[in-house]
Design a protein around this ligand. Structure first.
Ligand SMILES: [Zn+2]
Length: 96
């Protein structure tokens, strides 16, 4: 995934995903990239008032025309997350 694709994914998350408890939008500063595995992107979404949400985003590898978000699974990626938690993505370096 290149940075442009990643940016699209993050913008899609920002527009479409809200905290399931309070319905609040996740700000870019509350979307943390935990790691990548092939075309999967592991994310942690933090609501200031509720437990963080874990999400996996699948992105097409070679198709820029396709919608970047194909599938989102919440709270099903803990094992993968554990193995990737040392990765510290800097969102501020991607979105400017
Ligand atoms: Zn909330």
């Amino acid at each position: 995934m290149n940075q442009e694709e990643l940016k699209k994914v993050l913008q899609t998350i920002y527009r479409n995903i809200r905290c399931p408890a309070c319905g609040k939008k996740y700000d870019f500063s509350n979307i943390h990239i935990k790691g990548f595995l092939n075309n999967l992107c592991f994310l942690q979404l933090e609501c200031p008032n509720h437990l963080p949400l874990f999400a996996t985003i699948a992105t097409p590898l070679n198709s820029a025309k396709k919608t970047p978000v194909e599938m989102i699974d919440n709270n099903t990626v803990i094992n993968a997350y554990e193995s990737l938690k040392n990765y510290q993505g800097k969102l501020s370096e991607i979105i400017k």
